[in-house]
Design a protein. Structure first.
Length: 139
């Protein structure tokens, strides 16, 4: 799936950029984000399209898979830092590289529950960098 702009958000809805290479996980994540009252600003499955979206799409927060088809997400995270946009990492790995990328960003371990996603998004939007402590019940 390519970087896709979605419909206009409801008044006051926060816009989310989702970067995830697994189609089914990306679809599930988009559904969860929508259920929480957020609007999808764009989706990306590859580094190049994620970089394009990170640099040119209007969004409030990004959700980044740590590894896109074997490539680290760090260039996209760096672009978001340059723009001053908050983001969270999601990963199914016990990857120590995540902590090295941006230690002040939260990491949500796959699989995660809706309430954990909600709390992580709220933390990240509240402070701009988020609380890097583990989400209760995760680990």
């Amino acid at each position: 799936m390519t970087s896709t702009a979605h419909t206009q958000p409801a008044a006051g809805a926060k816009r989310v950029l989702i970067v995830e290479d697994e189609l089914m996980i990306r679809m599930l994540l988009a559904d969860m984000v929508g259920e929480l009252g957020y609007t999808i600003a764009a989706e990306a499955a590859q580094i190049e399209e994620a970089l394009e979206a990170a640099r040119n799409t209007d969004f409030d927060i990004a959700i980044l898979d740590v590894n896109l088809n074997g490539r680290p997400i760090s260039p996209v995270a760096d672009a978001l830092v340059e723009r001053g946009r908050p983001f969270i990492f999601v990963t199914g790995y016990s990857d120590p590289a995540v902590a090295e990328l941006h230690a002040n960003r939260p990491v949500l371990k796959k699989p995660f529950q809706l309430d954990h996603l909600k709390l992580t998004l709220q933390r990240a939007l509240g402070s701009g960098t988020a609380d890097p402590r583990p989400i209760p019940g995760e680990g």
